[in-house]
Write a protein that binds this ligand. Structure first.
Ligand code: ARG
Length: 503
């Protein structure tokens, strides 16, 4: 069939394509009258959502066509024509694609439109199954690198808060009740450590995303003498997914990525909740640009951005749930369910990356209210544990010390209350057990913090060590991020160079 008669056959399909345009033009060039028409057509199509992988598909097409030519599977001249057509398609953009079930089919149709039936040779030795898997992985690499970058920026802003507030005493909470005094630095570094692990999880997911499924074909490989290592190299993939059925049908890389993002969103939600509570108590002032006001109550300054950050954990958990449910029980090999799996990943990576960026900005621009924090640091007898520790250091079993201090806590939580409790529990004067000055000292929140200098503790000197280690880890991850992004750019450069040699 000639190009024209293919068009004619397609023209009888009627209906409206997924992009909202008429399908009377190029529809059906790729699969002619076998393209499903009728009411299910737009339901079947992923073309609008595939805009996300338009650039990726062009790269995958180029790498595949180059490999086919290098292997002598198609002529260099045909390869050159296809590559030129792909350039024109790129310039026109996704919105100009003809109808198709998806971007893969639409691009192929557009190539055939431009250069005739020879264009169909681009789909030799592959299937949309390995093609789409390659496109998703290609695009997701960039998205995950952006998410990683957001975590790095976030860690940087937490480090800055920590560096500026090594000695800013604040109340630390358990069960939302004042528990022990800490510093703002210690609080910030606790989240820096958690986000460091979030970065690591994303980078681990990245390593498994960064594997080429191309050449898996439908799932059962191909009779052509393809070079899978070559297409992997041209697309900057670290390695090849070996088993062709695994390559074309597995999506555990999506699940792993969405899970890692969901974990990060959960970290963010905890931090957001903390800052919301701190703002509510006047411990911290959010910058206006990270706050919102009420449409009716003029006096209000609300932490809306952080409330939205907190909520994104719900979106991400929804992504994990949706994706898991979609993938669960899918038989080998490709099933169309997979088309709807992909969108969970895009939505999750977008929402979580944005939340991470916003949380970083909110933290970096917030003002800590040192005076108010110091005033509250001792609230609720938060130095009680230090007092019990002191008594235990002087030979009292810790459990007895705990009981003694608990009694004092109920009767005024001060020096006099401790004296009374010592009489009650031990039948002795407390001064016979500990130096009264030392005891007075432990009741001071600042001294309490300084004394908790165990590894990882809140004492400024312990925090300085954590700060250094955290900064080093950040630098290591930053280098890794930059190098990874450079590898991708180098691959793009190589592919451009090879493609231009076909001009
Ligand atoms: N749009 C499809 C997807 O996202 C591409 C693969 C179609 N393959 C198929 N055998 N129908 O999964």
């Amino acid at each position: 069939m000639t190009e024209e008669s293919a068009h004619d056959a397609a023209a009888t399909d009627g209906g409206t394509d997924a992009n909202g345009g008429s399908n009377d033009d190029a529809a059906g060039v790729v699969r002619r009258d076998r393209f499903s028409g009728g009411p299910a057509r737009s339901f079947l199509s992923s073309l609008p959502a595939d805009e996300r992988i338009f650039e990726a598909d062009l790269a995958v097409d180029r790498a595949h066509v180059v490999m086919l030519a290098e292997q002598g599977i198609i002529d260099d001249a045909v390869a050159g024509e296809i590559l030129t057509a792909l350039d024109a398609i790129e310039v026109d953009g996704h919105g100009s694609l003809p109808e198709g079930e998806d971007v893969h089919e639409a691009i192929e149709t557009a190539v055939i439109d431009q250069i005739g039936e020879e264009g169909g040779k681009m789909h030799t030795a592959r299937s949309r199954n390995d093609e789409v898997a390659a496109c998703i992985r290609y695009r997701l690499r960039e998205d995950v690198l952006e998410a990683v970058e957001a975590t790095l920026v976030f860690r940087e802003s937490l480090l800055e808060v920590a560096a500026n507030h090594r000695e800013t005493i604040m109340p630390g909470y358990t069960h939302l009740q004042p528990a022990q005094p800490i510093t703002v630095a210690h609080w910030a570094l606790s989240y820096a450590a958690a986000v460091e692990r979030d970065t690591a999880r994303l980078l681990e997911a990245y390593a498994r995303i960064n594997q080429s499924p191309l050449g898996g074909a439908a799932f059962a490989g191909t009779t052509f003498d393809i070079d899978r290592e070559r297409t992997a190299e041209l697309l900057g993939f670290g390695e090849v997914v070996e088993n062709s059925m695994d390559a074309s049908s597995s999506r555990d890389f999506l699940l792993e990525t969405v899970q890692a993002l969901s974990t990060h969103a959960t970290t963010l939600s905890g931090l957001a909740e903390d800052v919301i509570v701190f703002a509510n108590r006047g411990f911290v002032d959010l910058a206006d640009e990270y706050s919102s006001t009420s449409s009716i109550m003029p006096q209000k300054k609300n932490p809306d951005t952080l409330e939205l950050v907190r909520a994104v954990a719900g979106d991400a958990a929804g992504g994990v749930q949706g994706l898991t449910t979609t993938l669960k029980g899918l038989p080998r090999a490709y099933n169309r369910d997979l088309q709807r799996a992909t969108t969970h990943a895009w939505e999750t990576v977008d929402a979580v990356t944005e939340a991470s960026e916003v949380a970083a900005g909110a933290v970096a621009t917030a003002e800590w209210n040192d005076g108010r924090l110091a005033a509250e640091a001792g609230a609720g007898f938060s130095t009680a544990t230090g007092v019990a520790d002191l008594l235990a250091k002087h030979g009292l079993p810790f459990r007895t010390a705990h009981e003694l201090v608990a009694i004092a806590a109920e009767n005024g939580a001060d020096y006099a209350a401790l004296e009374d409790a010592a009489q009650e529990v031990l039948g002795e004067d407390i001064a016979s057990l500990v130096d009264p000055d030392d005891l007075e000292d432990t009741l001071d929140p600042a001294a309490s913090v300084t004394s908790r200098d165990s590894q990882g503790g809140p004492a400024p000197e312990a925090v300085t060590e954590q700060l250094e280690a955290t900064r080093e880890a950040l630098e290591t991850d930053r280098t890794r991020h930059v190098e990874t992004a450079e590898t991708l750019e180098a691959a793009r450069e190589t592919l451009r160079g090879v493609v231009s040699s076909y001009d």
